[in-house]
Write a protein that binds this ligand. Structure first.
Ligand SMILES: O=C(O)c1cc(=O)[nH]c(=O)n1[C@@H]1O[C@H](COP(=O)(O)O)[C@@H](O)[C@H]1O
Length: 275
C-alpha cells in the first residue's frame, strides 16, 4: 500500500485508528474456547465489528507465538481473513525484529512473502544492514522503533551525547535508509511532549503511535503535535478496544469503543482541514 492510498483511506473513513489485535487466550470470552480456533474466532468478530472505523490492524506476534504452532495458524488465518474481506486495511506485524542482514532477509520473507503483511515493526539497534533487507519489498513498509511508550525508553533512548538524544540520532540517520514511502517510526503516545521535535526531524514520515487507551496517552495531544498534511499518524489502541467487554457482547462493545475514538479522530482531522 502506498502512502497516498493510506491517506485516501484515512480521509474516506475519517479515522487514523489502528486496532491492536493483542489477542490473549486468557482474556477472551469463555464461550469462544469451545470453538476450534478461539483466537481466530475472536479476531474475526473484532474485525467484522471495527473494519469501517479503523485503517489498520496490528497483531502483536507475542500473543500468537506464545501458543506455538496453533498461534501461527491463528495469525495466518487472521491476516488472510482481513486481506480477503477488507482488502483496503493496512496490516502490521508487530514483531520488533532485526538481525544481521542475512537473517533479517529471512524475517522479511516470513512477513512479506509467506504471510501478506503490509508492514513489520523493526528494532534499530543493529543498524542499517539489519533494516534494509525489509526495505527491498515494493509496497511494503518498515516501522522502526524510535521513542517507545514504556518506562524503559528512558534507559537508552533518551541518553544524550553531544546534545543529541539517541532516538534523535536514530531518526536522523535511518530516514536515509528508506523514504517516507516505505519507512514509518514508532513514537509512544506517552511521550507526546516530544512529538513536535520529532516532526521537525521527520516532517513527512508516518508515525505509528501506540499508548493511547490502556497506557493513558492523549489522542488530542499526539494529534496536535504530530499531524502533518497527509495526517502522518496511525494511532494504535489494543486492550481498550478489544477487551471493552468479556461477555458475549464483546464485538459490539469493541465497536462502541472504536467508534468513540473514530468520532474524536474525525473532529481532529476536520480541525486540521484534512477532510
Ligand atoms: O511497537 C509497538 O506497537 C509498541 C511500541 C511501543 O512503544 N509501545 C507499545 O505499547 N507498543 C505495542 O502497542 C500495543 C499497545 O497496546 P495497548 O496498551 O493495549 O493499547 C502493544 O501491542 C505493544 O506491544
Amino acid at each position: 500500500m502506498t502512502r497516498s492510498e493510506l491517506f485516501e483511506q484515512i480521509r474516506r473513513k475519517r479515522s487514523y485508528l489502528c486496532v491492536g489485535l493483542d489477542t490473549d487466550i486468557n482474556k477472551i470470552p469463555r464461550y469462544l474456547l469451545d470453538t476450534s480456533d478461539p483466537v481466530f474466532a475472536f479476531n474475526q468478530q473484532i474485525i467484522d465489528a471495527t473494519h469501517d472505523l479503523c485503517v489498520a490492524y496490528k497483531p502483536n506476534l507475542a500473543f500468537y507465538e506464545s501458543l506455538g504452532v496453533n498461534g501461527w495458524n491463528s495469525l495466518e488465518k487472521t491476516v488472510n481473513y482481513i486481506r480477503y474481506n477488507y482488502p483496503d486495511l493496512f496490516i502490521i506485524a508487530d514483531a520488533k525484529r532485526g538481525d544481521i542482514g542475512n537473517t533479517s532477509g529471512m524475517y522479511a520473507k516470513a512477513f512479506f512473502d509467506a504471510m501478506d503483511f503490509d508492514a513489520v515493526t523493526v528494532a534499530p539497534y543493529m543498524g542499517e544492514d539489519s533494516v534494509t533487507p525489509f526495505l527491498t519489498y515494493v509496497g511494503k513498509w518498515v516501522i522502526l522503533l524510535a521513542l517507545t511508550s514504556n518506562k524503559g525508553a528512558f534507559d537508552f533512548q533518551l541518553m544524550t551525547e553531544n546534545g543529541e538524544k539517541l532516538y534523535e540520532k536514530v531518526l536522523k540517520t535511518s530516514q536515509y535508509w528508506g523514504t517516507s514511502d516505505n519507512l514509518m517510526y514508532v513514537v509512544g503516545a506517552t511521550k507526546a511532549e516530544m512529538i513536535a521535535d520529532i516532526r521537525q526531524l521527520v516532517p513527512d514520515h508516518f508515525l505509528l503511535v501506540p499508548g493511547v487507551g490502556a497506557q493513558g496517552g492523549s489522542l488530542r495531544e499526539v494529534t496536535e503535535k504530530g499531524m502533518n498534511d497527509q495526517c502522518g499518524l496511525l494511532v494504535n489502541s489494543s486492550r481498550q478496544i478489544i477487551y471493552a467487554s468479556d461477555g458475549e457482547d464483546f464485538a459490539a462493545k469493541a465497536r462502541e469503543a472504536a467508534k468513540e475514538v473514530q468520532i474524536e479522530m474525525e473532529a481532529l482531522l476536520d480541525a486540521h482541514r484534512l477532510l
